[in-house]
Design a protein around this ligand. Structure first.
Ligand code: GLA
Length: 729
């Protein structure tokens, strides 16, 4: 059992394969104290760390300094308003206008397995894979119960946490903050790693020393966002890919978030992740409950690379669901960068015909097939086929594509409504807006109020009807603006603060219904590129479009940041045409293929128009994908060198779980004159086994490949890449 309760010491101990987490029940009132999180320990060895024996002591022995206790003791789930002046994890407002609460231990339950979270995405595991602890705490004065849930995974060094709040009092209470995790630690000279970006340059890694006061990332955009990411890691100053400590926190949520650290007057660090409390206020009537989303915590004593691999395994085995979870995805060709809005049945069939001859397996029709949408100014919400563009309708097109031996996929942006649409004419009040104030447009569109069930049902009805109308096997679900002007006519004044979260719940409900009704559908999420690439969306779709930036060189940094947490199997990546539509750069077609191979792999170009020498390479790239995708999808990812740091070249590898095979990708960004080769030291192989590099006769020991490395001859020219396939001899 991964979780034990030591009755005498009143200590809970959670163990994963290589980490331990300890919580103690403290003093007569039953405060919950945090004792330890880190490298795995013998049973209750470190319970002595509970700071009850040092000043200011516990309230039962030193009541005169109660506030000092609350303000310095390492708390498991700190509350607002009674004297812990550090950042709190939960705060409320009562009908009397008061904001304080105190949570004390009441009871607990430990069981094998893990329960699903109501209406929310979350990790899953069976009775052999994980153990769960639920601690029930209560504020007796308010009649408020808080259930802190922890699940310890056996095969991955991950502990998940979530929080449920239940109001048992006759009066309603307003929750103004409910964080999903809080960890108090002593400062260990940590660095903070977070992910930052913008449209077309998502998830660039940022690392800085942790310092006094607040640091962190957040979103108030209604989605996890291009700009900041629902993730942070605290790593020891000396941590690199292979050594040092790393604590990763990833939020399984797709809306407003806050991931924050604060360092106190005593140099203690409080790390917290949850729904952003700004613009959040949730009313709980008697008997109602609020479920806060899940946070995944990964601890690694073997560097940042090991943290990444733990996240990858957790996401692949315990979060991603459905038919394509462990399956190769069809190689698709998407018409967005090929035609933008300027397409019709004939053009699409021409692309499909040529693509099918080259070995591409699915045509995806992107934006512009519905209403009268010929640019991005109209028709969102009018999910009816534009027969002027697609004569014979969708069925004809899909059948023709199927007759070519290809699957068919389609683009939707279900959460949106254009002012120029039939839907808006009929239901102007379906858009999120504040009465009396003209709502701001973004890409000339508004956001549908998905907190209202009738709107969710309508949208679902349209999606479902289109998907039933022909043999559609893939959906790209897009979301192209941020949320503002937050107002819903479906909510009373004192529930307007629920809108952001209710919107996210509406999105989750839609996607859950979709994959339940169409279990064979491959769903790919997208949001103006990668603005909603988060674990919440991964629960519904095994892959997410990484970025609208398809340039192979820009992608190196985007994919490096994404792979810090997410498995390569989840990263939507395509080969596109050059000069690249976002940056104007020209890179070899071959290199574009190598970079896209580290993701789902597909094409986003007009295959009938690209240069013949590029087109000729497609069948080889298709073969390359089929040869390596099982390894890329399921293997262990190791970063060897990072172009974002060295500004010269990028190198990473994937090693099969049984360590019999590996694929190294080497991309030289800028050619360096009079420089002959680069030494690359491989990782993750078995030092005692013998390997061969495909295409060579010579054999190497695993230890030679890892400790001495190999020489990669400098490719000729800029933006050149190379794959090195290593197999057990
Ligand atoms: C977003 C997506 C693109 C494309 C367009 C269509 O920007 O990220 O891939 O689908 O919308 O409008």
């Amino acid at each position: 059992m991964g979780i034990c309760y030591f009755e005498k010491e009143k200590v809970f101990k959670l163990d994963t394969g290589a980490s331990s987490y300890l919580i103690g029940i403290v003093d007569e009132e039953g405060f919950l104290g945090h004792i330890y999180y880190g490298r795995k320990m013998q049973d209750h060895d470190v319970a002595y760390l509970m700071r009850t024996e040092e000043a200011p002591f516990v309230p039962s022995t030193n009541a005169r300094d109660r506030l000092s206790f609350l303000d310095s003791f390492p708390m498991e789930y700190p509350t607002h308003g009674l004297g812990d002046f550090r950042e709190d994890a939960i705060s409320v407002k009562t009908v009397g206008g008061h904001v304080a609460l105190q949570l004390n231990y009441v009871s607990h339950e430990i069981y094998a397995g893990k329960k699903a979270l109501k209406d929310l995405p979350a990790t899953f595991g069976n009775e052999k894979e994980c153990t769960t602890l639920e601690i029930l705490c209560e504020d007796k004065i308010l009649g408020l119960q808080v259930i802190l849930s922890y699940s310890a995974f056996e095969d991955v060094d991950a502990i998940t946490r979530s929080v449920r709040v239940v109001n048992h009092a006759a009066d309603p209470v307003y929750l103004t903050k409910v964080m999903s995790t809080c960890v108090d630690m002593d400062n260990r000279d940590f660095d903070l790693i977070t992910l930052h970006g913008s449209w077309a340059r998502e998830r660039h890694i940022n690392r800085r020393p942790l310092s006094l006061g607040f640091q962190g990332v957040s979103s108030l955009r209604g989605e996890s966002s291009h700009q900041e990411h629902p993730f942070m890691a605290l790593v020891s100053h000396n941590a690199d890919q292979d050594m040092g400590e790393a604590y990763g926190f990833s939020f399984v949520y797709s809306g407003n978030f806050l991931a924050e650290t604060s360092m106190s007057q005593f140099d203690t660090v409080r790390a917290m992740v949850g729904i952003n409390p700004e613009d959040f206020c949730w009313k709980l009537e008697q008997g109602e409950e609020f479920q806060a989303p899940e946070v995944i915590m990964v601890y690694s004593a073997q560097g940042i690379g090991n943290m990444s691999r733990n996240f990858h395994d957790l996401f692949r085995n315990h979060l991603i669901r459905g038919e394509y979870k462990d399956k190769k995805r069809p190689i698709l060709i998407n018409n967005w960068e090929a035609t933008y809005f300027d397409f019709n049945t004939e053009k699409l069939i021409a692309i499909a015909k040529q693509a099918s001859e080259l070995g591409i397996e699915m045509l995806v029709m992107d934006d512009g097939w519905f209403g009268h949408r010929n640019d991005d100014n109209s028709s969102l919400g009018d999910w009816f086929v534009n027969e002027a563009k697609l004569p014979g309708g969708l069925k004809y097109l899909v059948d023709e594509v199927n007759n070519l031996g290809m699957k068919f996929g389609i683009w939707f942006e279900p959460e949106m409504i254009s002012p120029d649409s039939e839907l808006y004419k009929a239901h102007p009040d379906w858009a999120i807006a504040i009465p009396g104030r003209t709502a701001g447009l973004c890409r000339n569109q508004y956001v549908l109020d998905l907190s209202r069930q009738e709107i969710v049902d309508y949208v679902y009805g349209r999606l479902s009807e289109i998907l039933h109308s022909s043999n559609i096997e893939y959906v790209k679900w897009d979301m192209n603006r941020q949320l503002a002007d937050m107002g819903s006519i479906g909510l009373p004044a004192d529930r307007q603060g629920e809108l952001f979260h209710r919107y996210v719940l509406g999105v989750y409900q839609l996607q859950e219904r979709l994959i339940a009704e169409f279990p064979h559908l491959l769903l790919e999420n997208c949001s103006g590129g990668g603005a909603r690439f988060d674990p919440g969306m991964l629960y519904y779709s095994p892959q997410i479009w990484c970025s609208d930036d398809t340039d192979a060189i820009e992608r190196l940094e985007i994919q490096e940041g994404t792979a810090l947490i997410y498995p390569l199997s989840s990263m939507g990546a395509h080969v596109s045409d050059c000069p690249n539509h976002t940056v104007g750069r020209v890179t070899p077609f071959e290199t574009r293929g190598y970079v896209a191979l580290a993701g789902t792999f597909g094409y986003e170009l007009d295959v009938t128009k690209i240069p013949e020498e590029d087109r000729k390479q497609i069948p080889e790239q298709v073969q390359m994908y089929h040869k390596y995708n099982d390894l890329v999808r399921s293997g262990d990812y190791y970063r060897i060198a990072s172009y974002s740091k060295n500004h010269k070249y990028d190198c990473y590898m994937v090693v099969s779980k049984d360590r019999s095979e590996a694929l190294v990708t080497f991309i030289q960004v800028m050619m360096r004159p009079n420089y002959h080769s680069r030494n690359i030291r491989l990782k993750g192989l078995d030092p005692n086994r013998t390997y061969r590099i495909e295409g060579e006769e010579r054999t190497y020991s695993g230890e030679a490949l890892m400790y001495a490395g190999i020489q990669v001859q400098n490719p000729w020219g800029d933006f050149r890449g190379k794959l090195i396939h290593i197999v057990e001899a």
